[in-house]
Design a protein. Sequence first.
Length: 569
Amino acid sequence: MTLGLAPVAAAPIGALWQPAIPDPVPGTVLVGAGAVDPIWAIAVERPAAGPPTPVPFAITAGLPVGAFALPVTAEPVLPMLRYSDRGWIGEPTDPDAPNQLWPARLLEPPTIERAIPIYPTEVRRAEVNAGEILLANGDGALDSLTTDWRLAGRRLTVLRGPYRAGRRAARLEFSTVGAFRVDRLAQGTARLRLPLGGAAADLTMPASSTYAGTGMWEGTAEMAGQAKPLRYGIHRNAQPSIIVPSLLAAHLHDGPISGVLAVRGRGGAYGYAGDLPTLAALAAAVVAAGTYVTCNAAGWLRLGSTTSSLTVDFRGATPAGVYLGTAAAIAEDLLRTRGGVTPDRAQAVSFYDWPVGEVRLDATGQTVAAALETLAAGVGGWWGADTLGRFRGSQLLPPEIVGPSILLEPFMLAGPPEEVDAAQAPWWRAQVGYRTLGVTQDGEALAGSVSDADRAIYGQASQTATEYRPVVQSAYPGAQDGPVVASAFDDVTDAQAFAVRLMDLHGTARRSWRVAIRPDQAWRFWSVMEPGQPVRLTWPGIAALRGGRTLILRGISARGDRLTLDLWG
């Protein structure tokens, strides 16, 4: 008998069936013989008296290197509220939790749902929904959870361990299934409902800083509170604002930039007159009419003469001398510097399987979450946090060209797979926009000296790469013309590769299936299953699945060991 874990699961198949020394790594479900009969528990930070002290929240022990943990406001050491569904108390000899009590107040494990987007028209965030915690409160002992607003935002972890009569399992044998936040106060009387929120919801802080309105580089009084420009990657025909009118100084990006490629006034080129190391030097410079100087170290430029329509081509954010031009590098910077997310010390950042290519992102005035959403959509990827609050991003590849990482065999399923009507008709064409301009110009917005060729360029918001497959249109009379997808790419090669990938994914007939995993099998998949994985599903009674079909794991819904999977492909 085989569990059906393909090459991604490195452990020998037989080892997963044998009693094992518990693995203390958070997120790894125990596979010892007693783990089939589980006990579920939660631990939540208890609100402490007095104002909180800001400290970073980082889940670090045993996490992948470079995974991200979420920043919160919390006390350095907080007492914990601990509950379980069947009651647990640490043995006196338990080295981690001697005599520690977890009363039986958890009525049932929370429903944890995870899903990724499939079509480019869908929101690009991978959703994690933890539902709510149900607690027994018939005696009123937990009434304080309904009145103390300091509970909202606290960390809450969901744990799973083996239930044993007699001598209880050690605390070390419990694994962390999820790390969430308390969304708001508990509600109810005899049964309390404690709503939970995911990690990605915390990235609602502005990505941009704002002008103080105190003059010079901080803008005029009327500009106080306005967002400073935040531009990553390559920008063409951007239209920066003149922030210091007396100097004709324009702000390109709030920080160092790689360099300016071109400056134009109504489409006519300004001459480059050099780069200056500081803003003080920029202010003191004498700039001749028709020329410009830059301060790349601060993200500014100065004109020598006025224009009614300033446009600039430049490469943006370059912190510590490193130009951030790819989507993965930009995502990491957004999370770390703008979102305050700290990297764990044990694994490389998982955004690096996003497509590689120079991109454009103007995050001015956006939240960190919105900027990540824009970035993910622009490369055909998705982003989000997993159940432990670690941020990651990935992209879909056609399931038939990648080997499955999990094999779902008939004995693992609670019943026949159910086909669900969630797949769209095949596409016969994919169109991808690229090299997006910051502003378009035509007519009198351009000087008379601008050539017809340049007018055509400046008047078109973006270029288009197309992948057209007549064979699909012939094979499927109901095939549809795919939507025009706006990409963040600057180069036609990257955009064309995006269009080809879209057609590989959506230019063939796809089907969607829902399967329920047997409860005695579901727990085996906790540590190896993530949305986006290729899964091979076999069911002899269905012709399309008889020989096995590789599908994308689109969604996971679990309440305890009741596990349902949504598969697409």
